[in-house]
Write a protein that binds this ligand. Structure first.
Ligand SMILES: [Zn+2]
Length: 396
């Protein structure tokens, strides 16, 4: 049995927290720094942090918070490990593909540090469960990737008066700040209204450099650790912008909005709302409404091509996507379609396609409005073609 050393000043009614000799050894590089020391390490051990999401940001967050000795870490996720996650979500290994993220993450974190408690919430965070899940924790760390959940995390943190360490990533750029700190701004002070649905692409649509969430998530972890030990200058009222291509950090001043509906003087948000409705979407993965856009299924297209029908295949993806895989179609990226429409013959039957069918739906609507009567959208795009017709076409 290890000897207990170091008695912290416990809050009234709490058990005194101590470190075992093994823990002293494990955290020795913290303990020898006066800014952390035994006092700071015991604060870490008593701390309770909730990580919302175990994806790209949640991976470095979970790993560094567990390694640093945060005594209780909650993780919330309902997703399953996908092969496309492995490019950046370093909590997972190839053998985890198909496994619930929460299980793979908990196993990895417990393996890293068996002295801490990992709470798992295998659920989608909703307005019904957020306050109950958040209530037990000191700090919330937002590792989500969609607007409804971001507003939900913000409002729940503000209602419960808990700091919300925020991070977001897209392609080569990241943003980090601390919301919900006493006298500091919240997410709604910065973005009172969500962007129109579909305007801001997700990482699944726009891509993300694999290391970017590592950098941003590690900064979030640093902020969370600083808040616990109470040292340094937290990222409150400052939005840190990171550009990996230029390898530059910039900082924007953020002010608390006295009229903010969540944290202002006369806040109107007194309970959680329907965030999907607020953001005008039915969730991140919800398909675009098809609005009666005429479609053709991959199987129908295959049989018509085999029959020798005269079909013009229009690919509205980007040239770098064409290089990954293609159906031999004529390439006009969606963004160039309006000025290159004269390259198309309106008397021929056009089959528009993209990766998933979303951009080509827009292209089909545009062409129909431009007078092309014989345009069909390839339902499910090249992904569905790979699933239903030709598995040798790679999915991305
Ligand atoms: Zn606010």
């Amino acid at each position: 049995m290890a000897t207990k050393i170091g008695i912290s000043a416990p809050a009234t009614g709490e058990q005194p927290v101590t470190l075992s000799n093994e823990e002293v050894l494990r955290y020795s590089r913290h303990l020898i720094m006066p800014e952390v020391g035994m006092d700071g390490q015991l604060k870490l051990k008593r701390a309770k942090i909730l990580c919302v999401g175990t994806g790209g940001l949640g991976a470095p967050l979970g790993l560094y918070l567990a390694a640093a000795g945060v005594g209780r870490i909650g993780i919330v996720d309902f997703d399953v490990v996908d092969r496309t996650n492995l490019q950046r979500q370093i909590l997972f290994s190839s053998g985890d593909v198909g496994r619930p993220k929460i299980e793979a993450a908990a196993q990895r974190l417990r393996g890293l540090n068996p002295d801490i408690q990992i709470d798992t919430f295998k659920t989608k965070l909703t307005s019904d469960n957020a306050l109950d899940i958040f209530r037990d924790y000191d700090i919330i760390v937002d590792g989500t990737d969609n607007f409804p959940t971001r507003y939900l995390v913000n409002d729940a943190s503000v209602l419960l008066k808990k700091p919300n360490v925020y991070g977001s990533i897209f392609r080569f750029e990241g943003q980090i700040t601390v919301f919900g700190y006493p006298d500091g701004p919240c997410y709604r002070c910065l973005y009172p209204e969500p962007p129109p649905p579909g305007l801001v692409p997700s990482c699944a649509e726009g891509g993300v450099l694999g290391v970017l969430p590592g950098i941003v998530g590690a900064i979030q972890a640093a902020e969370a650790l600083k808040l616990i030990i109470g040292k340094g200058e937290p990222l409150v009222g400052r939005l840190l912008l990171f550009d990996a291509l230029g390898m530059r950090f910039r900082e924007l001043k953020l002010r608390k909005n006295p009229d903010c509906p969540a944290c202002g003087t006369h806040a109107t948000i007194t309970k959680l709302i329907d965030y999907a409705e607020f953001c005008g979407i039915r969730g991140e993965e919800a398909p675009m409404p098809q609005n009666n856009v005429p479609e053709i299924t991959p199987r129908e297209l295959k049989s018509r091509l085999d029959r020798g029908d005269d079909l013009f295949i229009l690919d509205v993806r980007e040239p770098h996507e064409y290089q990954i895989c293609n159906l031999g179609g004529y390439l006009i990226p969606l963004g160039e379609l309006s000025r290159r429409v004269n390259e198309l013959d309106s008397s021929r039957e056009v089959i528009a396609h993209c990766r998933s069918g979303k951009r080509s739906t827009e292209a089909t609507v545009f062409l129909r409005n431009a007078g092309f009567r014989k345009v069909l959208n390839l339902k499910g795009g090249i992904l569905a073609w790979s699933d239903e017709v030709d598995p040798s076409v790679p999915k991305y």
